[in-house]
Design a protein around this ligand. Structure first.
Ligand SMILES: [Zn+2]
Length: 289
């Protein structure tokens, strides 16, 4: 930690019966604040998976259902603001929960991203960067809110987004991110602010260009937001890969790299869809520091 020694010589006027001038030398040791990165967690909706077995290769979760959180995050760095994921589609706000035609999922969302950003005095124009762990519809719901931001996206994810392969696939909603035209394509890891405190890490497999977010926070220490590398705690414990993943082998490789990195950095891992992890996070206007 960088230390700053400041010597201040003060000429003090000491008030007493007879005023006198006294030279006081005061040495003040100040600890220069470590770059303050703040992680704000917001509610981007709720997903109930009625057929949890979709999240496994075999029949691990046959007959089970589970409620999943769907948060989005704001990372405030002294040099700018990054929004990580944006939750479910905002046309759900004010509506009854919606169940997909195949009965697989029920989704709901209580509030818009603009309303929630206001709790920390931010407007969309304050956001310099937007990035998604991946472009499934439950992460890009409010993406177009940030049409003036720079979209940080892995090249394979962007190429898939612009290809015919995305058409008709109900996991994607191309129109939800159609206004993002300031594109900065990534080919691997990316240090967002150039000081090592906010790093996007390529972890493909769930989608073509899935990525996770590594943060170095002054108090909480190293943190990893794992995107959908895992959907809930039991997924991680058993390294179980969902059957709807883009590339199973790539996912398994990413899991190995992720776990090695998390261990090496001694990082706290937050599984974004895990409701227990979501509950642990301070909610805006409070931040993880
Ligand atoms: Zn998801």
């Amino acid at each position: 930690m960088k230390k700053l020694i400041v010597t201040i010589t003060l000429l003090s006027l000491v008030a007493c019966k007879e005023t006198k001038k006294e030279e006081v030398a005061t040495q003040v040791e100040e600890t220069a604040a470590k770059t303050e990165v703040l992680l704000y967690t917001f509610d981007g909706g709720t997903v109930t998976a009625h057929n949890l077995n979709l999240f496994a290769q075999g029949d691990t979760y046959q007959g089970e259902s589970k409620e999943l959180a769907d948060p989005f995050y704001v990372i405030k760095h002294p040099d700018g603001v990054l929004v990580w994921d944006t939750g479910l589609p905002e046309n759900l706000v004010g509506q009854d929960p919606y169940t997909t035609p195949d009965g697989g999922f029920t989704i709901s969302r209580k509030d818009s991203i603009v309303n929630q950003l206001a709790r920390i005095d931010l407007t969309p124009s304050d956001v310099e960067f937007v990035a998604f762990s991946h472009i499934h519809f439950d992460h890009t719901g409010a993406a177009n809110t940030f049409e003036n931001a720079t979209w940080l996206v892995q090249t394979p994810e962007y190429d898939f987004a612009m290809s015919d392969a995305i058409k008709g696939n109900s996991f994607y909603a191309s129109e939800s991110f159609s206004k993002l035209t300031n594109v900065f394509k990534l080919n691997g890891d990316h240090d967002v602010f150039g000081d090592g405190t906010v790093i996007i890490k390529a972890m493909p497999g769930h989608t073509a260009g899935h990525q996770v977010l590594y943060l170095e926070l002054a108090e909480a220490g190293p943190v990893l937001l794992c995107g959908d590398l895992y959907h809930f705690d039991a997924n991680r414990q058993n390294a179980i890969v969902p059957q709807f993943n883009y590339d199973i082998a790539e996912t398994e490789q990413s899991i190995k790299e992720f776990e090695a990195f998390a261990k090496n950095m001694n990082a706290t891992v937050y599984i974004q869809h895990e409701t227990d992890d979501f509950k642990l996070m301070p909610k805006a206007p409070n931040a993880l520091k």
